[in-house]
Design a protein around this ligand. Sequence first.
Ligand code: ATR
Length: 271
Amino acid sequence: MTSLYAVLGQPVAHSRSPRIHSLFAAQVGAQLRYEAIEVAPERLAETLTALYAAGYAGFNLTLPHKTAAVALCESLGTRAEHAGAVNTLIRTPGGWRGDNTDGVGLVRDLRHNLGVAIAGRRVLVLGAGGAARGILEPLLAERPQELVLSGRNPWKPEELATAFKALGNIRPCTHLALKGDQFDLIVNATSAGHHGQAPRLPPGLFAAGALAYDLNYGKAAAPFLEWARGAGAERVADGLGMLVEQAAESFQLWRGVRPETGPVLAALRQD
Ligand code: ATR
């Protein structure tokens, strides 16, 4: 029998998840269909109920549903609890179980695809919204020397740093106050790229050999990565690898088998 999966979002037509999961399915010989379904925020609850009744086996959630879906889950994994957001729903007999594979996807992309170690390194995360929240626990679990969380204003970074301080060495900051600091890895978790902008940052932030990483891919990643090249980053990467890695983690949660990500990432880069 063909199992049904989908990514729910608004907008969702641009999503590359259906392509990724059909490549995974072909690779492991799974019989499944994976769709992109446009869902307005006010219709998320009823849609999840209807699609449960229709027999769907799991979902990925993208903007704007990741936070709102938490309250609609029958149970939550600890990663989703810490992130306060879910990107993966797994069908259980009692309802939907929520998990969050974004952060592990990022860490796997950094370690396995880009060969970047986080342990003992100085890491800067830009932006203190939902995207940052989703990656802090897995980044801190890698034991960076320090993780600095920076925003335009101090309040949101302070709030998030307080929420995550039990999990590792995290320090809140403002972009302006970063002046004089240097980092081995700078992760852009702001939404500025969706408005064609890069966050305004002081010069001199990149240590020798540093990597600039944008959680977005495609056009939305361009402003930050362009700025980073000009500001001295030796390497830059967009979030396409993270997208494929988080998808593989979701696939494993649903199907119990982890597909190989390398060939799928290579295929997407060719598209
Ligand atoms: P998400 O929930 O996907 O993380 P968001 O909360 O809308 O998206 O945005 C994430 C962060 O992007 C915001 O917290 C904001 O950070 P600060 O207000 O703490 O600086 C940041 N952001 C949005 N637009 C920005 C811009 N034009 N320049 C710099 N930062 C921006």
